[in-house]
Design a protein around this ligand. Structure first.
Ligand code: ZN
Length: 311
């Protein structure tokens, strides 16, 4: 009997050891995110109740974030680790989490936050996908933040998780989350004219990262420069892209700053099209310092390029 009690008591102490740090009084929640976009939305919801840092920068290819070992220290005392998921962070995340040895943010811990779980994911492969074939989206398309409907889902997810871990501030999280949603909604009014200019227009995109953006604004992606996500275009694939552009009248090639502009220029020359470099993330170009600015920048730039191409 006594023995059982001891076992129970030590189990209780262990459980407390895991959960006490999340409920210390008057302390800010420490939130680490993998990307700047998640960071910005977490900040919008958490306000001054959280302390946040991001691992990647907005101008980096999110598939190949340079995760310095110093981030292990940031993760060591984090209450929440929020990441895009769908294997986007597979290259560095296991190593950093292992190094941090923080049970709260390990798989199964209260602060482990796979944001993709809140998102209706596009391009989920049917059947087996072999990463060795080069497809960098084996679990579906991870670039979901470029649709404001998903930004709202991310914000609600943060509100729920922060409120669970930090009950006393749940009213603030609720308020901040609503304010974020209405800020996004008012911003949408400012680009309503852009939507009209974009909807149904044929475009080419380098990577499938623009799929959610297209779902939102109705641009018609007639071809991708990459034959498969993460695989550089072969000459024969470029011929197909050029044919698709000629057939559909696509006059714009949309791409991130970190892909091979020379190849895109080559295709653009042969099709009398324009290459449009768009930031995919907060911080991707100077001046784009939050989520609303990012959406506004991309919507305005795409609409004005399409308008110019149509003249
Ligand atoms: Zn990708």
């Amino acid at each position: 009997m006594l023995k059982n009690f001891r076992a129970l008591a030590s189990a209780a102490v262990l459980a407390l050891a895991v959960f006490v740090p999340a409920i210390r009084a008057n302390a800010q929640l420490k939130v680490v995110t993998s990307t700047t976009d998640l960071y910005d939305i977490a900040k919008a919801v958490g306000g001054d109740k959280i302390k946040a840092v991001h691992i990647g920068e907005g101008y980096q290819d999110p598939h190949f974030i340079e995760a310095k070992p110093s981030f292990i220290l940031q993760l060591r005392d984090a209450d929440v680790f929020a990441f895009v998921g769908l294997d986007l962070e597979i290259g560095w995340m296991p190593l950093l989490l292992e190094g941090a040895r923080n049970q709260k943010i390990m798989f199964g811990g209260p602060g482990y936050l796979d944001v993709s779980r809140a998102i209706p994911v596009l391009d989920v492969p049917r059947g087996n996908v072999d990463r060795s074939m080069g497809d960098v989206h084996p679990l579906g398309n991870p670039h979901y933040w470029l649709d404001p409907a998903n930004a709202r889902r991310i914000a609600r997810l943060f509100k729920d998780r922060f409120s669970e871990l930090d009950h006393k501030n749940e009213d603030a999280y609720e308020r901040n989350e609503k304010a974020f949603e209405s800020r996004v909604s008012s911003a949408e009014q400012t680009w309503a004219g852009d939507l009209a200019a974009i909807k149904g227009k044929p475009v080419v995109a380098w990577h499938t990262s623009w799929r959610y953006f297209a779902e939102y604004n109705g641009m018609n992606i007639v071809a991708f420069m990459e034959p498969k996500p993460g695989v550089p275009p072969s000459p024969s694939h470029l011929v197909e892209v050029i044919n698709a552009m000629k057939r559909t009248g696509a006059k714009v090639i949309v791409m991130e700053p970190f892909y091979d502009r020379k190849t895109a220029d080559l295709v653009a020359r042969q099709t009398n099209a324009k290459v449009l470099i768009l930031p995919p993330s907060v911080g991707g170009v100077p001046g784009v310092t939050d989520y609303v600015q990012l959406m506004k920048y991309d919507m305005d730039a795409l609409a004005s390029t399409l308008r110019a191409a149509g003249e």
